[in-house]
Design a protein around this ligand. Sequence first.
Ligand SMILES: Cc1cc2nc3c(=O)[nH]c(=O)nc-3n(C[C@H](O)[C@H](O)[C@H](O)COP(=O)(O)O)c2cc1C
Length: 345
Amino acid sequence: MAAVGPARNTWQPLQQTCTRSLQRMGKKLPFSSFQFGNIEVNSVLVAAPMDGISDSAFRCILRRQGAALCYTEFINAQDVLNHSILFRRKLAAVREEEHPIGFQVYDADPNAVVAAAQKLTRFKPDFIDINIGCSVARVANRGAGAGLLLEPEKIAEIFDRLTNTLSIPITAKIRLGWDESHSNYLEISHLIETHGGAMIAVHGRTRQQGFQGKANWDAIREIKKEISIPVIGNGDVKRVDDIHAMLAETRCDGIMIGRAAIANPWLFSMRDRHEIANAEVYALIQEQLAMMIADYEEEPALLLFRKFINHYLTPLHLDRSQKTALFDHRTAKSLLRAIEELLDL
Ligand SMILES: Cc1cc2nc3c(=O)[nH]c(=O)nc-3n(C[C@H](O)[C@H](O)[C@H](O)COP(=O)(O)O)c2cc1C
């Protein structure tokens, strides 16, 4: 397994390059920076952790577009402690350009979370993030992820123990509560701050909502008003206008973008999907696929890349047979040739 490189601040030149190219495009940048712990974040744009999506290749794509901060997909503490293959796959290829990066851990048992986080420092994460928001039943119903929202004393214990033993910042990603009648986000946010947490990302929904309804940005604003560590707002940022709107409405320090980034990685360079020329779409596909092949080898990479093709090619409105044909390619070369044709290049 390739260990994470020790490089620090290699992302700063990258961010500057990105800033310059955006400025050349005449884009207005919401690039006020913020700091948590010893980490300076040079833009407000943060890439959300997404299990099955945010691997190293995708994180690099988003960083190159302008994401100032990223996280690994969530990592089951038990997998870390049991040396599971899943854990190794998730960490196998963190590239230097991904720093600063947070490794996200989840479990219901504070002992496991603490031991796993301590073990993960071997891979030189810039920060450790505790998942207090996953709503998936197999996670939340056993008390992990959003399940922890029902047991604040466990959250306090995790933050106490980690902030007392590790020198890197410990952060949290939370939801607003278990359900509407247990919307304890203010209590949880205060508790995380009091027990040494360095930053909180808030997905503005309860566990019960899953991904339904509209994210509650008012709650994010309330949290921002109440605590003094940085707050990252998250939920339903789909277009450039939403970035400006969330910043204005919540006054939060950063904007975390998840699902919209799958369809439009260019959102991190403040561009909506219709602004992207086909040649640029093709270049990004080539770039991501090459990194995935380096990480997984060709056949697995092609399988994993299926998740992205549909999204990247959404404006083409491909029919079912065209999509199936794309999925049938067995080499990157033939897939790329087919995409080139579809994009009329
Ligand atoms: C496929 C998928 C996987 C996700 N995996 C994670 C995860 O590993 N850790 C986490 O904290 N949140 C995870 N989330 C939640 C996102 O980080 C984010 O909070 C949520 O999608 C709302 O933001 P959005 O409206 O910008 O998508 C996931 C979401 C999706 C759609």
